[in-house]
Design a binder for this molecule. Structure first.
Ligand code: FMN
Length: 348
């Protein structure tokens, strides 16, 4: 018998229980520290001196903000000073570090600037912010870019009419985040079939802890979106779905991130189910302080024991709607083939 087994053999049950609970608390604290340390260490904190992944994240973030601005049905001329300035700063650092123009994230940034210029010219406006913020060479590349990675694409509501019979690939590839909806209310009955279908989403040990609050009251939606902050400039959506995860379903400290993983998987299933039901939707982040999360829960009567995962703005497709193109990375940037392992082992 080793020491641990000897202690377990003689210790009273109450002491063992207490020891197990202290041990779990210690593990809980350690894994939380691990999460916080990794996040603090590797997220982008300063553009100057940032690594390639961090710079690409920054380029993509600001380029997307620009294409989002371009997707409004009524363009706000000369919008986006902050996004354009930040994009220029990240592009300068990217070039300063010697990265080339061939990477898709950089091409996407150029394409977003080109789309911004074109949208203004189509309205008979000179995109004066661009020449104020970007150097001539970058602008020349942007305006001659034929990549069509960034900007907007137009979805026709009529193209969604056969969503119920589309194959998976067509349905998946045809889904875009839609932020402007057809006028008029959306009934709960219209949303329920998608919620029924999305129950098929897998979850850890089949715990099925995802919950959805349906909000159709415009005043309440506005209050929540004001706290959320990621839908400014768009009209109030006809419905807001609030996806949460019930923490009561979890057991171990090491499961700390599982509510978000299950919530994310559930949300994707729900987005596809809504698309299948010919409903337009846009996921909206729930990245907020604990205080704001509590405010949202209190406004909507969501139990404090649930975590907010995401909001979904939902409505009927309008006749036609502009959506950001939201480029995707090439597959080689996403997938590491087994050969990469071999190469990295050899070079170690
Ligand atoms: C978790 C999550 C949070 C998001 N938050 C916002 C948001 O706050 N505002 C917004 O306009 N779009 C938001 N989006 C939509 C993304 O911008 C969009 O999914 C992305 O650009 C890919 O485009 P697609 O959905 O059209 O394929 C969010 C998406 C996800 C998955």
């Amino acid at each position: 018998m080793n020491i641990r087994e000897q202690v377990v053999a003689v210790a009273p049950e109450w002491a063992l229980k207490r020891a197990r609970s202290v041990f779990k608390a210690l593990v809980g604290r350690r894994v939380q520290r691990y999460d916080a340390t990794l996040f603090r260490r590797y997220r982008l904190r300063r553009v100057t001196g940032a690594n390639l992944s961090q710079l690409e994240g920054k380029l993509t973030f600001h380029a997307h903000a620009i294409e989002k601005g371009l997707s409004h049905s009524v363009l706000r001329p000369h919008f986006g000073r902050t996004a354009l300035t930040q994009l220029a700063f990240a592009m300068e650092e990217y070039s300063r570090q010697g990265y080339g123009r061939e990477r898709r994230t950089y091409k996407n940034a150029l394409s977003a600037i080109g789309a911004y210029a074109q949208a203004h010219r189509e309205l008979g406006l000179e995109p004066s912010l661009l020449s104020e913020i970007f150097d001539e060479v970058t602008l020349a590349y942007a305006e001659s870019s034929s990549d069509d990675l960034a900007g907007v694409t137009v979805l026709e509501g009529s193209s969604k009419k056969d969503n119920g019979v589309k194959n998976f690939k067509a349905l998946f590839e045809g889904r875009y985040s839609v932020r402007e909806f057809a006028d008029g209310p959306l009934s709960v009955e219209r949303i329920l079939p998608a919620l029924n279908l999305s129950r098929k989403a897998p979850s850890v040990c089949n715990r099925q802890a995802s919950r959805v609050k349906i909000v159709t009251d415009a005043v309440l939606i506005d209050k929540v979106l004001k706290i959320q902050g990621g839908m400014t400039g768009y009209a109030t959506p006809p419905a807001l779905l609030v996806v949460t995860t019930d923490l009561a379903a979890f057991l171990e400290p090491t499961e700390r991130n599982q509510p978000f993983i299950d919530g994310g998987i559930y949300t994707m299933a729900l987005l596809l189910a809504l698309e299948h039901e010919e409903l337009a939707a846009c996921p909206l982040n729930a990245m907020m302080t604990g205080r704001n999360e509590d405010r949202v829960k209190s406004l909507l009567g969501i139990p404090v024991s649930e975590r907010l995962i995401v909001f979904l703005a939902v409505g009927e497709f309008p006749r036609s709607v502009k959506v950001p193109m939201s480029f995707r990375l090439p597959v080689d940037d996403v997938v590491r083939l087994p050969v990469d392992d071999v190469v990295s082992h050899i070079s170690e």
